[in-house]
Design a protein around this ligand. Structure first.
Ligand SMILES: Nc1nc2c(c(=O)[nH]1)N[C@H]1C(S)=C(S)[C@@H](COP(=O)(O)O)O[C@H]1N2
Ligand SMILES: [Mo]
Length: 428
């Protein structure tokens, strides 16, 4: 830390010397000011200073500027059997900070994103409750509201990488994740409104949650979690949920696999056992080496990835100062530390967390470094407040074998070439 502060103040001094500096190569911004040729962008009056810009009515709801048109969700068409039961990926290689704008947050639909108006929305709570209830959207808005930032990660994120490095880009290897600020009502509030006396001892009770879409995506959730931090959310990042994220209301299940975050939530049944639905038996279970399958693997274990440099975000500036950046998260708590390796895991440096890690939310890390222009095998390793350390691919395979798809949280490796290009490789 102190060495880094020292380096930064040194280069600032060099920058202040500006045009007088002779060793321009050692500088970041100074190299431009040391350039002897006049820069037309500075000396000439530019078109944008000679005409008028747009008035406020040009775009009543703002869109990203056209120069950023490649920062979009992308699909890998061969991943799913058809174009409706589909998934796309968040462009994490091009984003910074931690909040994912809804417009580029990945989507996963089993039977397509449905169009459900607030007027047509109903939420039923039934089963082992004192009074079965049906809420309209307007009813939901009258309960005390909460705001929380949480990540939502599909259990299949990184699933294509089990056998070896496959997809060339952080968007594709790690982009089944988004992180938003949700506003809504706690599920506990609604369950208590219906009354849980009829359920008796709550320790072995479950809720079964389902959506209004054709797939219904039904999942069983233990009552303990349902009463802890689960939310019915209707706003994300301050505005209404987008259609693709479950408008007008979805379930938020902090730290647990994305499949349980039921969109267009229509019914919550209190039960004395789990349903063992398709989504928690044939899907979202992990087949081990001996052919048996793990079930109820709800929590998303600690994980991280370097988002830049990465295959879609190569180094274009040559050697010298380089910002290595990435994301870390844990479904079991807060990220306390992230380490970065440039040599495939032989040596590690501790990265700087942009902000202290928050429970079950993305944490941004930076390693402000000086690149010598040589090849790097870049890795990151997350540690959470339970003391858990993100495993290597070998460590994960020792426990899980090669039959898995879901819950791959192993350390990712990017090969950075001297020309700045980056490739997905496996260092197990
Ligand atoms: N009703 C319903 N809810 C659903 C799904 C669905 O197909 N239908 N897909 C689930 C899966 S597998 C994931 S990973 C998350 C994805 O949420 P998102 O589309 O907002 O990113 O929603 C979950 N909730
Ligand atoms: Mo998912």
């Amino acid at each position: 830390m102190s060495e880094q502060t020292h380096k930064t103040s040194q280069s600032r001094r060099a920058f202040l010397r500006g045009a007088a500096a002779t060793s321009a190569g050692a500088l970041v911004a100074g190299s431009a000011s040391a350039n002897a040729k006049p820069d037309k962008l500075i000396t000439a009056i530019q078109p944008w200073a000679q005409e008028l810009g747009d008035g406020v009515d040009a775009t009543p709801y703002g869109l990203p500027i056209e120069h950023e048109a490649d920062v979009i969700r992308r699909n890998v068409p061969w991943l799913t059997a058809d174009a409706i039961s589909s998934i796309n990926f968040t462009p994490i290689h091009a984003l910074d900070g931690t909040i994912t704008p809804q417009g580029c947050a990945f989507e996963r639909h089993h039977s397509g994103a449905i169009d459900l108006k607030k007027e047509d929305y109903r939420l039923m709570i039934n089963g082992l409750v004192d009074t079965p209830l049906v809420f309209t959207y307007a009813d939901l808005e009258r309960f005390p509201r909460e705001n929380h930032v949480y990540f939502c990660e599909c259990a299949a994120n990184t699933g294509m990488e089990w056998a070896g490095a496959q997809l060339n880009g952080a968007q594709f290897t790690h982009g089944m994740i988004h992180n938003m600020e949700y506003s809504g009502v706690s599920l506990r509030t609604l369950l208590e409104e219906a009354g849980l006396g009829a359920a008796g001892d709550l320790k072995d009770k479950w809720v079964f949650v389902e959506g209004a879409d054709a797939s219904s995506n039904g999942r069983s959730i233990p009552m303990e979690k349902a009463l802890d931090d689960v939310m019915i959310a209707f706003k994300a990042n301050g505005e209404a949920l987008r259609k693709e994220h479950g408008y007008p209301a979805r379930l938020v299940v902090p730290g647990w696999e994305g499949n349980m975050w039921v969109k267009w939530i229509r019914r919550i049944e209190v039960m004395d056992q789990a349903v063992e639905s398709r989504e928690e038996t044939s899907k979202y279970t992990d087949t081990l080496e001996d052919g048996t399958s793990r079930k109820w693997t709800w929590e998303m274990d600690a994980k991280s990835v370097v988002t830049s440099p990465s295959p879609q975000s190569p180094i274009t500036h040559g050697k010298g100062p380089l910002v290595i950046s990435g994301l870390a998260w844990s479904g079991r708590g807060a990220i306390t530390r992230v380490d970065v390796s440039k040599d495939g895991g032989m040596t590690w440096e501790t990265a700087r967390l942009a902000k202290p890690g928050e429970p079950m939310a993305l944490t941004r890390f930076y390693l402000d470094t000086d690149w010598n222009g040589e090849e790097m095998l870049l890795q990151s390793r997350a540690i959470d407040d339970t003391g858990y350390i993100q495993p290597t691919k070998t460590q994960l395979r020792e426990v899980r074998g090669l039959n898995s798809i879901y819950h791959n949280n192993c350390i990712q490796t990017w090969l950075v070439s001297p020309n700045g290009e980056v490739e997905n490789v496996e260092v197990s």
